[in-house]
Each structure stands twice: as C-alpha cells, then as structure tokens.
Design a binder for this molecule. Structure first.
Ligand code: ADP
Length: 162
C-alpha cells in the first residue's frame, strides 16, 4: 500500500491545500494530512481545532483514502511511523522553492528513503495562504471560496473576534 503524508501548519486549511491534497490522492492509496503541533509558532487555531476542521473537510469532500493526523518533532519520524514512503508538499512562488529545498536536504539527511513529491499550486490559488485568510478575516473581509465551505463559519467567527 502506497502511503503519503501531507504535513503543514494548516492554520487554517485552505482550498489551496485542498487542491494539493486532491492531486495527491490520485497517486497514493492513503494520505495522512498531518497537522504540525509546534509550540514555537503562535497559531490562531489549536492543533485539535485544525484536526477537527480537516476531519470535517474529509467528510464533506467524501475523500475515502484520506486521514487526519498530528505530529510534533521530526516529520520523517512521523512519516516512518505511519508507513509512508513519501512526503507531499505544495509549491507556490519561488520563495516556497527555497524553503522546500532546505527542508528536503534535512529530511534526506535524516531518512534518505523517504522522498518528497511536490505539486504546483493551481494558478487560481497561487497567492492563497493561511496567513492571507487570517489577514482578510481579521479585517472583516469575505473568506468565501478561500477555505472549505464546511469550515467557513467557524473560521470567520474566530477571526472576527481577534
Ligand atoms: P507550513 O508551515 O509547513 O509551510 P502550510 O500550512 O503553510 O504549512 O502549508 C503546507 C503545505 O501546503 C506547504 O507545502 C505549502 O507550500 C503548501 N501550500 C500552502 N498554500 C498553498 C496553495 N495555495 N497552493 C498550493 N500549495 C499550498
């Protein structure tokens, strides 16, 4: 069984993330969307809330071969634990490339047998990030079409309170 791990902060999960995920599910038998529970970052949504939103999205989108997960510490260790052969990442601008290039070197150093595959952002989502969603929501702008519909109200209400 071919297993992939799609890791990220997902604070919150956007339609850009969904686009990458949908590309990945056609290549893997099972994909784990794994929320990074990193105490150094200062997320708006707790790791548990981010996992809940991903679970709702999986259900709403009817994605059969996708599971949610959470990890802290080394990503490659988590990937090995769940039996994944590949890590899945998305690429937007050239700045993503530089960052991913470094992370890939570190991951190969740690566990050379786990390789990373990349999906280019679709043109309509190439400027979309969790940070932009948070910025728009905090200023009362519409986040419709930027996040999965099933999570839109929850995200909007949280950001409006900030
Ligand atoms: P991280 O903090 O690990 O970068 P993110 O949640 O920001 O976590 O992103 C997770 C992954 O999804 C990264 O590989 C990122 O490049 C990719 N990604 C984020 N937004 C988009 C988008 N709009 N289109 C394609 N890939 C994206």
């Amino acid at each position: 069984m071919k297993i992939g791990v799609y890791p990220g902060s997902f604070d919150p999960f956007t339609v850009g993330h969904l686009d990458v995920l949908k590309s990945a599910v056609s290549l893997f038998d099972l994909v784990y969307v794994a929320v990074l529970n990193n105490s150094e970052k200062d997320p708006v949504f707790t790791a548990a809330e981010r996992v809940d939103m991903i679970d709702r999205m999986i259900e709403a989108e009817g994605l059969q071969n996708v599971r949610s997960g959470m990890f802290d510490g080394l990503l490659v260790r988590y990937a090995a634990q769940v039996g994944a052969s590949h890590i899945i990442r998305g690429l937007r601008a050239i700045t993503d490339f530089e960052y991913e290039f470094q992370i890939d070197a570190v991951n190969r150093h740690l566990m050379n047998e786990i390789r990373t595959v990349y999906f280019m952002a679709s043109p309509s989502h190439s400027f979309l990030s969790s940070s932009k969603v948070k910025e728009i929501g905090r200023f009362g702008g519409s986040i419709e079409g930027l996040v999965p519909p099933c999570n839109e109200n929850f995200i909007r209400e949280r950001l409006a309170r900030q």
